[in-house]
Design a protein around this ligand. Sequence first.
Ligand SMILES: Nc1nc(=O)c2c([nH]1)NC[C@@H]1CN(c3ccc(C(=O)N[C@@H](CCC(=O)O)C(=O)O)cc3)C=[N+]21
Ligand SMILES: [Mg+2]
Length: 294
Amino acid sequence: MNTPIQTQLIDGKAFAYQMTEQVKKNVAQLQKDTGITPGLAVILVGNDPASEVYVRNKTKQTHKVGMRSFMHMLPETTTQQELFNLVQRLNQDPDVHGILVQLPLPKHLDPDPIIQSILPSKDVDGLTAYNAGKLTLGHMDGFIPCTPLGCLMLLQQELPKLRGLNALIIGASNLMGKPMAQLLLNAGCTVTIAHIDTRNTEELAQQADILIVATGCKELVKGSWIKNGATVIDVGINRVITSDKKVKLIGDVAFDEAVGKAGKITPVPGGVGPVTIACLLYNTIQAAQKHVKE
Ligand SMILES: Nc1nc(=O)c2c([nH]1)NC[C@@H]1CN(c3ccc(C(=O)N[C@@H](CCC(=O)O)C(=O)O)cc3)C=[N+]21
Ligand SMILES: [Mg+2]
């Protein structure tokens, strides 16, 4: 019999708090040195309830660190041209250092041309071809998407050494899986990406020292998929209604099954989510600092 493993929770909330305090100091310093207040513009189109929660959290944290927040809530009926025009305006606005277009957009809008129209120097989400290319080349001076950057920072804190570890990323999106793979490759991991058409995801997971799950499929990863002692990063946030009719957040990992198998795991909520927001603020202060140097 295997003795059950003591599973340690990775406290994303505490990590995010520390990071946010540092950003706050940097904002104050920048203001003192230059008189500039970093500004973040967030565009939200339509009324997806989950997106509204994230955007509200972002706005709250932006104010907390002393940055300016420019919220643009656009109706569901917004056209491609109107959205495009707004991005152009924000690109030219000297008070705006970072621009984020909350995804997903309503179905009638094509996200790619909109994202690609953001000035790379204001692309704090790291989704333009310029910043994605920088990351692929291993240049660390571009903007890195906030969620994978947060996952990397958590892993660097939790593990003594990443070099040589087997990492499996389940999910291959431009926002998460692909940049995560680049980051871990640059950090010396042996990286595998599994996606919807992968036939042996479970088997691959069982080999993984680091397992990162970002699929949006609730509790996809079972306890039996997890290698003993592995570090599990659960990026999923799924809203479910409990039998007593309460809204509950659950991850892409069956958390109760993972306890006793994983060495370390991020909870949902309180894991990757808050760190994502802290990284967004981190990228925005970087954008404002670079703006001064130019
Ligand atoms: N262009 C773009 N950039 C993003 O960075 C981006 C995006 N689109 N679309 C959606 C995802 C998701 N995301 C989260 C932000 C905050 C929490 C967060 O605050 N989570 C809390 C719980 C919040 C809740 O109650 O739902 C937690 O996990 O503890 C989660 C997820 C950013 N994303
Ligand atoms: Mg979980």
